[in-house]
Each structure stands twice: as structure tokens, then as C-alpha cells.
Design a protein around this ligand. Structure first.
Ligand code: AHR
Length: 617
């Protein structure tokens, strides 16, 4: 491998090159990154096309002692459904309630993770014609062990009353639940019952451990909220940003009909922008372009939706005195968010109305916000687009061999014209398991190819990002979690090899003509933002099953600038190509770093079969 470290051959890699693509899939946000513990807090689950239901809320105690139903009596205009609970027993008299009371409980998203010593804020809305005395408790999974409890007592809750209770846990259980119980006869209505840990990232509502997994990747951008989630199976169930902003209690929520679960839209446009800011990543908002899987808005009728998107951009970056900038400011962020990229739809290029709708969005956005970069769904890698765009979206899914070979996909792309945004890439199919080493190596090969082509590919992200192990709708994924645990798949760890590439300098590197086709490599020069020291990183994927002895020559580099002492090599490999990580073995396939004794302008190194190695000098 010859590396030319001269500035003449060097090229800057975009700051945005490697990022993340967040989709509300696999309960990634709802029951995932968003730390809300209560599932279906507003009793609205089901949405417009399915009758409302209270799932997963369940009754507690003898079912002959209470009648639970829903009605449309909520004080919130956009989510009218409330839970009505009629208690037939009493604290005295002939029909005495059990001492532990009767009521309802919510098991969260496959259990709430309650941790000893931590505080949880329960907020709920309640109404009753009589006085109330309700126990609010966090209990173990069987409801017997009380981890935290408090009583709500009020002589007058005849109008909807907001109650806030702070609970401190005296025990831990990752499968806990929230219980609302009483021993008093009467009728009680509940709505918008929320339980959040106080300890979220900067108090912004993001689950700390999952946020940290993202932050550790140092993503250059974050694409959101999908994926197919943006489209919906039907337009009426697509993500509409105006329904996702303002006070959480007032958000209607919607049925994610692509991935089959209810989302309360706590993770709305504001929170996605905040997440991007907290990660130091550029936000890339993918908006619905009037097209779902099954229905489309005619281009002649698209203007109201175009206006909705212009309003959304104003919400993100408008002056606090503007109509929508004011709403953002009132939510706690007077400064504009740094929104510079929007994508018009997801995977819609082949749809009848795409080009017509796209052009309406494009011209309206460019005329109001000339600096915003617009991303088209149509592929411009092999021939020019027939419409204006700053970027074109490109998705890569396939088996390991095809993904690896796509590392050359952009070698012959015309160097002028819109840039590629490889916003979704993954190895899929049986050989990928639930995210194994094979998939990670093939993806590493692809990313090296993208890095080498970073004059025409400016952004790339793996998809899907997250999976709640209890609802695996798409496989494999980068980060696996449940209520209390998290681990990265080999693909997640593979992405760590690229986090220094954003904004780095790419050197020309060439594999000798006799090198195996299963090798691919790149070389970059990078430094930490506030540092003066530069580091050279050479990455090599050996996708073959043989050990490879590789000679590396670095030309045009002053030998004195290489410090043998601090140099290292980091390897991602395992005893079997099919090896995966798991909750029990989270570190089975992770990068292992060791000193690089051979560091110098001429190096003879050995590459293990099926491995990804970075040499850091
Ligand atoms: O990444 C999972 C899905 O794959 C996305 O929702 C969609 O864009 C693609 O088909």
C-alpha cells in the first residue's frame, strides 16, 4: 500500500462525512432514546383508523370492583380521549376495597427501569366529582415490591387538575411499573400520565446511556425522523411536524403505521433539533413530500404542504419574533437552530407525483432560504438528475459481498453536479445475523470507498440506528437496547474507525497491482479540534479469509514527524465471522487497540483474515 502524504495529492473530507440516521423504527425513540417511561400516556393509542384502546395499561385488583373505559372528556383539544375509572368499592361500608386499593398500572415499554436513589417526576391530569386520595407508586414487575410511592389528596378536583409528584426510588428493578390506586368509591378520570427520570441528558429528555452511544460516534450530522416513518403507509399517519411541537400534553401523537406502534410525538421537531445541537451535529430534516406508501397528494394541491414545510423551517431557524420562531422560543430555545439541510421525502423518486411535488418544494425553499441545501430522492450517481438539487439521497442495502463491492460505486460518478448523501446503508439478509462481524466488515469496505470518493459523496449514515430488543422490526441495527441495557453491534464499533474522518485530509493511497481484491484501504491526516498535533490514520479492510502480509510505504512525509511511541493499531476481528455482541457478551466483537511497534515510513504488517485494522501514527 503506497500512501502519498504530500499536500499535492491531498483533499479535504467534508465535516459532515459520517453521521447518523435516526428513524422512529424498532421503538428507537418512543420507548428508547426519549426517556418517557409510560407507554400510551394519553390513552390515545390506536389513532384515527383503529378504535382507541388503553393498551398496555391494565387493571389492578379485583375486576368486579372497578369499571375502566375511555371517553372524549379530556381538557386537551387535540387529544380528547381520557381514561374513566369507576371504583365500586370503598374504604368503609359493605363493599370494602382491598387494603392495597384498586386501580390501573402501566408496565412502560417492556418494563420501566427504576434505579435506587434516582428521582422520577410523575405528571398527570386528574378529574373527579368527589374528593380524591390516589396512591402513585413505582413498583417491581409483579406489583408487590414498592420502589417509591406518594399520595395525591385533593378535596376538589372537579375540573381537570395537573398533579406533579417527585418519587425517589428506594430499590431497583429494570421491569418496574407505575401504579395508580385508590380505596375510595367514585369516578376518576385520568389523562396524560407521564413518568420521566429527572436524570436525562442536560434535562433535555434523552436517555443518558443511549445519548452517550450517539455522542461517542461524534456524528457530523443527524438525519431524522426517518426513513419510511416520514412517509407513512397512509398520509394521514405520516409525521406532521406541527402536531409534534408545543407542550407535550397537547400533542395528539400518531400511529406509526409503517412500524406498527403508537408514538406520542414527545420526540418532535423541536427535540430532534435539540438532539442535533446537543450532539454537535448538523440536523437534516426529512419531511413528507405529500407521498406515502399508498396515497399521494397531486402536485396541483401540494401548496398547503409546501407552506407547512416553510413554516417548519421558520420554526427551526426563524427570528423569535416570527410566527413559528416564537413557538420555538417559547419552548425554551430563542436562538435559531442551525438547520442547513432538508430532504424532500424518502425513497419516493419512482412515485408518480415526486418530481412535480419536489419542484414545488425546491423552488419555495430556495426562494425563502437560498442557503438551505435541498436533497432529492433520485439517484444522480450514474447519470445527471433531471431536476435541480444540492444532494441526492442514495440507499445501499444488500448482502455482504454486494455491499463490500459497492465501495467502488462512486469511482466513476461525474465529479460535477449534486453530491451524494448515502443516508442509509446496511448489510441485510440471513448472513447478517442480528448484526455480525461479516456485516461490519462489508460496511467498512463500503465506507472506505465512500471516504475515497468524498469529493462526490459528502454524507453517509448506517440504518437503522437503534433497536429496542423487544420490538425488532428491522434487522440488523447498530445499537441494541432494552429498558436498562445497551450494546453496540460490530457495525456500531466499525463506525468508530471513521469518526476522525470528518473534516480530515484524505491522502492518495494505492494498493499494489498484486494485492488481493478483498483488500481496501484509505489514509487520512486528522487532528483534534483544539490540538496542534496531526495524526496519520491508515485503515485497511481484509475481507478475505487469508492472512495478508502488507507492506506500507508512506511517501512525502518527514520521518521525524512519526512518533513510534504513541503509534498504535486497532483491530476489529473475532474468532468467527458470524460473531455478534449481545447483552450477555456486549464486548465480544469490539475494536482492540495495541502499540504499533513497526511505526515508520516503511512498515511490514500482517492483516488477520476477516479483519478491519487502523494504523495510527
Ligand atoms: O432503514 C430501514 C428502512 O429501510 C427505512 O425506513 C427505509 O427508508 C428503508 O427502506
Amino acid at each position: 500500500l503506497s500512501v502519498d502524504a504530500s499536500q499535492a495529492s491531498a483533499r479535504k473530507i467534508p465535516k459532515t462525512m459520517f453521521g447518523i440516521s435516526f428513524e422512529e423504527i424498532n421503538h428507537a425513540g418512543t420507548g428508547g432514546l426519549w426517556a418517557e417511561l409510560v407507554s400510551n400516556r394519553g390513552f390515545e393509542a390506536g389513532g384515527e383508523s383503529i378504535p382507541s384502546n388503553i393498551y398496555p395499561w391494565s387493571l389492578l385488583g379485583d375486576e368486579s370492583l372497578l369499571i375502566v373505559s375511555t371517553d372524549r372528556s379530556s381538557c386537551f383539544e387535540r387529544n380528547k380521549i381520557a381514561l374513566r375509572m369507576e371504583i365500586l368499592c370503598d374504604s368503609e361500608g359493605p363493599n370494602i376495597c382491598p387494603a392495597e386499593g384498586v386501580g390501573i398500572y402501566n408496565p412502560g415499554y417492556w418494563g420501566m427501569n427504576i434505579e435506587q436513589g434516582k428521582a422520577y417526576r410523575v405528571l398527570l391530569y386528574v378529574r373527579s366529582l368527589a374528593s380524591i386520595n390516589i396512591s402513585v407508586s413505582l413498583t417491581g414487575s409483579n406489583g408487590l415490591e414498592t420502589l417509591a410511592t406518594s399520595n395525591i389528596v385533593s378535596d376538589d378536583a372537579s375540573s381537570w387538575t395537573k398533579i406533579e409528584v417527585l418519587l425517589e426510588a428506594i430499590g431497583s428493578d429494570p421491569s418496574s411499573r407505575l401504579q395508580l390506586t385508590t380505596t375510595r368509591k367514585g369516578v376518576i378520570w385520568f389523562d396524560q400520565v407521564s413518568a420521566m427520570p429527572l436524570d436525562t441528558f442536560k434535562g433535555h429528555g434523552f436517555r443518558n446511556d443511549l445519548f452517550q452511544m450517539l455522542a461517542d460516534l461524534r456524528p457530523g450530522f443527524i438525519r431524522f425522523p426517518g426513513g419510511s416513518f416520514v412517509e407513512g403507509v397512509w398520509l394521514r399517519n405520516s409525521f406532521r411536524w406541527k402536531a409534534t411541537v408545543g407542550p407535550w400534553e397537547e400533542r395528539p401523537g400518531h400511529f406509526n403505521d409503517v412500524w406498527h406502534y403508537w408514538t406520542d410525538d414527545s420526540l418532535g421537531l423541536f427535540e430532534f433539533l435539540q438532539l442535533a445541537e446537543d450532539l454537535g451535529a448538523f440536523p437534516i430534516w426529512v419531511f413528507n413530500d405529500g407521498i406515502s406508501n399508498n396515497d399521494q397528494i397531486e402536485t396541483s394541491k401540494i401548496l398547503p404542504l409546501v407552506q407547512e414545510i416553510l413554516d417548519g423551517i421558520e420554526f427551526a431557524r426563524g427570528d423569535p419574533n416570527s410566527t413559528w420562531g416564537y413557538i420555538r422560543a417559547s419552548m425554551g430555545h430563542p436562538e435559531p437552530y442551525d438547520l442547513r439541510y432538508v430532504a424532500v421525502g424518502n425513497q419516493n423518486c419512482g412515485k408518480k407525483n415526486y418530481r412535480g411535488n419536489y419542484l414545488k418544494f425546491y423552488s419555495a425553499i430556495k426562494s425563502a432560504y437560498p442557503d438551505i441545501k435541498v436533497i432529492s430522492n433520485c439517484d444522480g450517481s450514474s447519470r445527471p438528475l433531471d431536476h435541480p438539487a444540492d444532494f441526492y439521497d442514495y440507499h445501499v442495502y444488500g448482502d455482504a459481498n454486494s455491499v463490500f463491492s459497492l465501495s467502488h460505486n462512486f469511482d466513476h460518478t461525474a465529479r460535477n453536479g449534486p453530491k451524494a448523501f448515502v443516508s442509509e446503508y446496511a448489510v441485510t439478509g440471513n448472513n447478517a445475523g442480528k448484526g455480525n462481524l461479516l456485516a461490519a466488515l462489508a460496511q467498512a469496505g463500503l465506507l472506505i470507498g465512500l471516504e475515497r470518493n468524498s469529493d462526490v459523496v459528502e454524507m453517509a449514515s448506517n440504518a437503522p440506528l437503534f433497536v429496542n430488543a423487544n420490538d425488532r422490526r428491522f434487522n440488523p441495527d447498530a445499537i441494541v437496547f432494552d429498558s436498562s441495557q445497551v450494546y453496540g453491534t460490530p457495525s456500531y464499533w466499525m463506525q468508530h474507525f471513521f469518526k476522525e474522518s470528518n473534516g480530515a485530509t484524505l491522502f492518495n493511497s494505492t494498493l499494489g497491482a498484486n494485492s488481493a481484491a478483498s483488500l481496501t484501504a484509505s489514509a487520512i491526516l486528522w487532528k483534534y479540534p483544539d490540538d496542534v498535533t496531526y495524526y496519520l490514520r491508515i485503515k485497511v479492510v481484509n475481507f478475505g479469509s487469508n492472512m495478508v502480509n502488507l507492506k506500507i510505504t508512506i511517501d512525502n512525509l518527514d520521518s521525524n514527524s512519526i512518533q513510534a511511541n504513541g503509534s498504535s493499531q486497532t483491530i476489529l476481528k473475532s474468532s468467527s465471522l458470524m460473531d455478534e455482541n449481545s447483552f450477555t457478551e456486549p464486548n465480544k466483537v469490539i475494536p482492540i487497540k495495541s502499540p504499533l511497534k513497526a511505526a515508520g515510513k516503511y512498515m511490514a504488517v500482517s492483516l488477520s483474515p476477516h479483519s478491519f485494522t487502523s494504523f495510527d501514527l
